[in-house]
Design a protein around this ligand. Structure first.
Ligand code: SF4
Length: 331
């Protein structure tokens, strides 16, 4: 049976871009792959990002990201779901991979160049980030990795590391393939300035756990099609981020109504946003209610992660035994 692996950054509050682009995909793949869907909150990667890393908040962010995924429908009974730092085999395999990975390959990674270019002193961990990522995937001999476009280069490097290890020590790891999430949409930021992104601050994002009145305040002032200067001016929902959001949240009759109403000036933008808000409530209120239940009983999240780490190690340990023997360590 093929095996899926995906790492989830403990970035705190996930937004609707994360939800539609990744989290719902995890749930769907979980239904298909069961315990062969392996998801981990990659907290070991967090300290490589000095700008965003706060040791006082990492545990909380890891917990919150686990909670948000469970509230979004990820069932830890069906899949394997854990925190990366709870499975020490990740770092052990990562270390062994550093000795077969050329520094030059790592230095040409686009993400490294982007981040390193903004730093005066570059931590070695930032350079090694994709090596640990390769270990995350190959530790479970996963062959399928759902990712965003920005991670495709790292998966290609993972394939090279697998090839190199196999050539040096004998056939051990599959060469995993990156699968771009089917609904990895480019969701626009609610400020109308490019893609929704945490790095641009809260004004750009709609959090999936954000209170409904806060979401409404952002939608209320969100830019619309500039062609609609007056209520009587027709617009084009394809040129409006509210139109894009309707495609995510609204049912088909509402979308048809909005498209027709916008193009004929039959509805105003405030009416249109109120209709969108109904869809937002329908999608996010049950999720937020599940999140509140989990927050009231945090041991459900902690226990799920502990069970997940135990199951992950049941796969990881024999793989590491095989690796240790092949690279020549004393038993
Ligand atoms: Fe955007 Fe809706 Fe206004 Fe059309 S009616 S411009 S889709 S907010």
């Amino acid at each position: 049976m093929p095996r899926v692996f995906s790492g989830i950054q403990p970035t705190g509050d996930p937004h609707i871009g994360n939800y539609f682009g990744a989290m719902r995909n995890y749930v769907r793949l979980g239904e298909e792959y069961g315990k062969n869907a392996i998801y981990c909150v990659v907290d070991l990667h967090a300290p490589t990002n000095p700008g965003a890393y706060d040791p006082a908040r990492l545990a909380e962010r890891t917990f919150e990201m686990a909670l948000a995924n469970m509230a979004s429908g990820l069932d830890p009974e069906k899949v394997i779901f854990f925190a990366q730092s709870h499975v020490p085999e990740h770092t052990e395999l990562g270390w062994l991979f550093t000795v077969i990975t050329p520094v030059g390959e790592l230095e040409r990674m686009t993400q490294y160049k982007d981040k390193a270019g903004k730093l005066e002193s570059i931590p070695a961990g930032l350079l090694m980030y994709p090596v640990l990522q390769a270990a995350d995937i190959l530790l479970y001999k996963a062959d399928t990795v759902p990712v965003g476009e920005d991670q495709v280069q790292h998966i290609e490097l993972t394939r090279e590391i697998a090839r190199k290890f196999n050539a040096s020590f004998g056939e051990t790891f599959p060469e995993p393939k990156a699968v771009l999430a089917k609904d990895a949409l480019r969701i626009p930021g609610v400020d109308g300035d490019g893609k929704m992104s945490k790095s641009k601050g809260d004004a750009s994002t709609l959090g999936i756990l954000e209170p409904m009145d806060s979401i409404w305040q952002k939608l209320r002032v969100a830019p619309t099609d500039p062609a609609r200067v007056r209520r009587t001016d027709p617009g084009d929902p394809d040129k409006c981020l509210i139109g894009d959001y309707h495609k995510l949240f609204s049912d088909l009759p509402t979308i048809e109504l909005v498209y027709q109403g916008c193009r004929t000036a039959g509805i105003g933008c405030v009416d249109c946003k109120k209709m969108l808000m109904q869809g937002v409530r329908r999608e996010l209120e049950p999720l937020q209610s599940r999140a509140a239940d989990l927050r009231a009983d945090p041991d459900r999240v902690r226990d799920a992660l502990a069970t997940g780490a135990r199951l992950a190690r049941e796969i990881a340990r024999p793989v590491m035994e095989e690796v240790r023997e092949k690279v020549g360590f004393l038993k």
